[in-house]
Design a protein around this ligand. Structure first.
Ligand code: AQP
Length: 364
């Protein structure tokens, strides 16, 4: 076992909420692996987050093991890093409840993820913000603007858990005296909220929490959907063609790349604004092949999108073949043992923080 003395701590989690994709890998998991030696790492399969949207119990059970197996196949070493299942350490739910009393509705209302998942459009929320519509105060019979109605109807169908998701994430991070949180850029807002809640708690009750920093990659922080490169690649997107799943057969993945939405031009160039599809494919190629973007732009100058897509598909095939060979060698029983051991190592750290929190607020 590698010595952890004086190493700053990292915490990050992945939800077992669907089939993991190369966005999760290139935006987050790849960072976990790279940071293992420099940091004392705690990586979590965040099952309590996954149930904020409906999950089939049998699939969830399977996916919890699958996510841990992905960690191992990617190269996370359980001798160096703690890997565990969130619900195995009850301090997460306990601290989350306590932080709920520090968080404000207005903090959570600003979060974009629950709105995305509820299907509340950016336009609806901006309009509401401008109008400061008081939905609940409107007298009976008052005309309510359409955006307000949309917001209200969609928001009322969201689980309280989905709305409250960022507070649980704050608890996850703060329990471990985390200094750095490596994530994709969709989680930036949640880490900022974590920092605010930690500062607010410390201010109110005295210093308990470390204030964590976020770590986002310059390239890969937001891999976009293949069928609509204006949207983030996501596990829960309806269309399977929007993402390369880590367990897609290499041939199937190659077909998805060949079908990826691009533009009507034929110049392979990084330009996120005007060429989001090509820019996304360039990013994927560059991260998988290790070639820099300029080199790729030169390599494909004067060639059409067909040749370029074939090259991206080839890189994806090479990556998936190697990744899946490692994944297939891992035994689920070993994964279960690693998760059990991880929970045993995580629990005392989490309990110590929780105890301090309880003392400060007067419930110990
Ligand atoms: N498209 C992405 N590009 C780069 N990074 C990404 N991440 C997610 N999507 C991309 C990062 O992966 C880590 C694990 O994500 P998560 O399981 O916490 O859930 P998420 O951020 O909500 O990701 P998904 O894939 O979109 O899942 P669903 O559909 O279930 O919500 C995080 O660090 C995330 O930033």
């Amino acid at each position: 076992m590698v010595s952890k003395i004086n190493k700053p701590r990292i915490f990050s989690g992945v939800q077992p909420s669907g089939n993991l994709h190369i966005g999760n890998y290139l935006g987050a998991i790849i960072q976990f692996v790279a940071l293992q030696d420099e940091y004392d790492c705690v990586f979590c399969v965040v099952d309590l987050h996954a149930i904020t949207v409906p999950q089939d119990p049998d699939s969830l059970r399977k996916r919890i093991i699958e996510v841990a197996r992905f960690f191992l196949a990617a190269g996370i070493d359980p001798a160096k890093s703690i890997i565990f299942q969130q619900s195995d350490v009850s301090a997460h739910a306990e601290l989350s409840w306590i932080l709920n009393t520090v968080a404000r509705m207005s903090d959570l209302n600003k979060m974009t993820q629950f709105k995305d998942k509820a299907g509340i459009s950016e336009d609806d929320s901006k309009f509401l913000e401008r109008m400061k519509v008081k939905i609940f105060d409107s007298p009976p019979g008052a005309t309510i603007p359409k955006a307000a109605k949309n917001f209200y109807e969609k928001a009322s169908n969201v689980s309280v858990g989905l709305f409250d998701y960022p507070v649980l994430m704050a608890a996850d991070i703060l329990l471990y005296d985390t200094e750095v949180v490596p994530v994709g850029d969709d989680q930036l807002q949640h880490v900022e909220l974590t920092r605010d809640l930690a500062k607010r708690f410390n201010h109110q009750f005295g210093e308990v929490f470390k204030i964590p920093e976020v770590k986002i990659l310059k390239s890969g922080a937001r891999i976009m959907a293949l069928d609509d490169p204006t949207k983030k690649m996501s596990k829960s997107a309806e269309s399977e063609n929007s993402r390369i799943e880590l367990l897609d057969s290499p041939e199937k993945a190659a077909k998805k790349i060949m079908r990826a939405t691009t533009d009507s031009d034929s110049i392979v160039k990084l330009d996120y604004k005007n060429k989001p599809g090509i820019s996304n494919l360039l990013t994927i190629h560059s991260l998988l092949s290790g070639k820099d973007i300029k080199e790729l732009e030169n390599e494909f100058a004067g060639k059409g999108y067909g040749d370029f897509k074939k090259a991206v598909a080839e890189e994806v095939k090479i990556f998936l073949t190697a990744f899946q060979a490692k994944y297939n060698k891992i035994d689920d029983n070993d994964v279960r043992r690693i998760l059990e051991d991880g929970a045993k190592r995580a629990e005392p750290i989490a309990k110590k923080t929780l105890q301090k929190v309880k003392e400060r607020i007067g419930i110990n």
